[in-house]
Write a protein that binds this ligand. Sequence first.
Ligand SMILES: [Zn+2]
Length: 287
Amino acid sequence: VVALETKVRWFEEGADNFARAAIGTPFEVSLSDDRRYMCPLCRLLFSREALVTKILTGEHVPPDFFGGRELVLTCTPCNNDDGSDLDARAEELERMVAVLRGSPSAVARIKVHIGENILRGSIENQKLTLPKKINSPDAIKAVAGNWDGGQWGFDKRKDADAGARCSWIRAGYLVLFAALGYRVVLDPAFDSVRAQIDRWKESIIGQVFAEEADGTPDSFRLVARMKETTLGEFWMVQFGRLRLIYPDFGDVTFYDRVAQVDPARRPEGLVLGWPHEPFRPLGEVID
Ligand SMILES: [Zn+2]
């Protein structure tokens, strides 16, 4: 847990960073204004009291279930309402990945279609259970142990894939905010990223995952500066096996060009480290 005094420092450094980054933008603040912290997601401004009233809180990046720690301040509506919707979906899909990898402790809900019948259950400890109380007795009787022609799939909640995708997009965006400050929040190239997080059921920015690095431990974290012929320079954030790409400042057509990239040509990358606290050089650890 991050102490309140640390969060006060994040607020103060954030307010300074925001005031500097906002110069020459529509968000410019006058020196006489009260100090304000902008939520990096909804771009509303908050005063220091918002920390005490818990309207600004520390957000886990990446999400809790993926071993994330509190890294940045976001406002409660962004953190609780929107964040939990997306993160619950990402967590559900991660449990399915764990089941497919054969992890003994993984639990995931599944459904089995056999002819006209659908049976629901779960995989736990690599065993399938179809509880009687959630399945119709008729369906159980009709199947009667005959699984021929049965098809099984994960029992996902509505918009599971879209929500999970946006949970990762949101986490990577917050990492870049921690690493690079309010330039990320105020730059027009990131407007489409925020729009995608906000309207998460739609596909606004298209392809955002660079690739999956299978076999990488979930605890792996990386921010890198990349370079490729079609894309020019861009940012990459990696959590475990998941690699996400973000535009360079001012590059408003970045995601339109991703589809034109020649997969045979690998981008060059420069590893920059990982933000342990917001508004600090990457990789710097403060105690
Ligand atoms: Zn917000």
